[in-house]
Design a protein around this ligand. Sequence first.
Ligand SMILES: [Zn+2]
Length: 204
Amino acid sequence: MELKDLTCPTCGAPVKLRTRFVQVAVCEYCNQTLVIHDDKLDPTGKTAKMTQYPTPFSVGRYGSLKGTEFEVIGRVRYEYDEGWWDEWCLSIGGEKLIWIEEDEGLFRSFERVRIKSAITPWDDVFPGSSININKVDVFVTEKNEAKIIGAEGNLTVKRVPGTTLKYLDGTGNEQQYTIEFYEKSITLKSGEDLERGDFVFKEE
Ligand SMILES: [Zn+2]
């Protein structure tokens, strides 16, 4: 696996790509959000510096989750009416990815799942009802809107600050589901709760 070194088109600083799956990289010098197209970095004009809060995660930090070693390569911050949450992108040896949602000290791992069935439109769903996704009955617990307000490091999904989304949270088949409705796409995530003790971090 060979990763080319790229240069930020806005400020000229080197931009490190930590896996070949990277779609978005944020310049650590000028905070420009850069989208990767044909091995080139396109500036989006979006810079969003995040307020820092205490967290064991940081981009570039190494650790392990239930014995599996990872490197933290990126983060996305979402804001909604009651606050915000972060999603951390972890690289497992550059070949596999795990995403961790951190919300007020609660941790959840999730993966993106292919949608193989029709999805009921967000407008037609209400908390307390059930919808069928990929042959699983999902009991909807939350319906809300959010906005991406910050990003840093490498992201393996195309998430850019300023993007708005609508989402549904629910449970089914002993899993937690989130369906995100973007302007032009729908993303399905399934995950499970983790304990803080499931993570071991290397000293920085
Ligand atoms: Zn830059």
